[in-house]
Ligand binder design. Structure first.
Ligand SMILES: [Zn+2]
Length: 267
């Protein structure tokens, strides 16, 4: 469709044209089920109007733009548990759905030493547009789902799925899976115990990042503040960069998630 031919429609703003994907994807699942999955960094898409944020196209295939493999793992988990899943539709470089809006990395000026030209000198109006068009629809979808699902004491659980780079700052990260948790151990403790029984895994306990300060945004606001059992699961991206890898790791992690949901009284 030529530029300018797009018809106005609900949810389309100045930055996203009518023929571009939605800022949020909700995968249907059992609304009475035990768990909701989130994928904050599911996509590396940049709306055309932002012209790749001034970056070369190959930069957008890297971790700075998204969590490689995380969406595939999350989709497999959602299918396995017949659970709803909410995925962000655009790159964290447009606006990071897992940061508070006041965080300096919400609309990052740089990421892993890569300067983001399209984010330099952004006006307040431009930042607000990104919030309204890409951040809010994602979080509204999560809040709406939880309003529908929240009927029990310990349910639904909220599990956020991410991926991390194999090395950072010259350090080879030894973990295949990391579990981020703060005050609520209802899921994280039995999840780590189940993974320990798996055998060969090196599991990061609040590694490669710690949630002891905060999870970022999504889990804090939607799960921790509501008192819902929650954890953030990180999987090393070289393991899940192919559809087969994502399926295998979803199955492996899924066994431990099932045990954790049972232990937390969600199942
Ligand atoms: Zn992430």
């Amino acid at each position: 469709m030529p530029q300018g031919m797009a018809q106005p429609q609900t949810g389309v703003g100045r930055l996203r044209a009518a023929d571009e994907p939605s800022p949020v994807e909700v995968v249907a699942g059992d609304r009475q089920g035990p768990v909701l999955f989130l994928c904050d960094h599911a996509s590396n898409l940049i709306p055309r109007s932002l012209d790749n944020l001034g970056l070369p196209a190959d930069a957008l295939n890297k971790h700075v733009a998204w969590d490689i493999g995380a969406a595939d793992v999350a989709r497999n988990l959602a299918a396995e548990f017949n659970a709803p899943l909410v995925l962000s539709g655009y790159s964290r470089l447009v606006i990071d759905c897992n940061r508070t809006l006041t965080d300096p990395t919400s609309i990052p000026l740089a990421s892993d030493d890569l300067e983001i030209p399209g984010n330099i000198s952004l006006s307040g109006v431009e930042a607000t547009q990104r919030t309204e068009e890409f951040f809010q629809p994602y979080h509204t979808a999560i809040a709406d789902l939880l309003a529908e699902m929240g009927t029990g004491d310990a349910r639904p659980a909220v599990i956020s799925v991410h991926s991390f780079t194999p090395s950072f700052g010259g350090f080879q990260r030894p973990w295949e899976v990391g579990v981020l948790w703060n005050r609520d151990e209802r899921l994280s403790a039995p999840f780590m115990a189940a993974l320990a029984r798996d055998g060969d895994l090196t599991v990061g306990d609040n590694e490669p990042y710690s949630a002891k300060e905060n999870f970022g945004y999504s889990v804090d606001v939607h799960a921790q503040d509501r008192g819902l059992p929650h954890m953030l699961v990180e999987i090393r991206q070289d393991l899940i960069g192919t559809p087969q890898g994502a399926l295998q790791w979803a199955q492996r992690v899924g066994v431990a998630i099932k045990e954790a949901l049972e232990a937390a009284g969600c199942l």
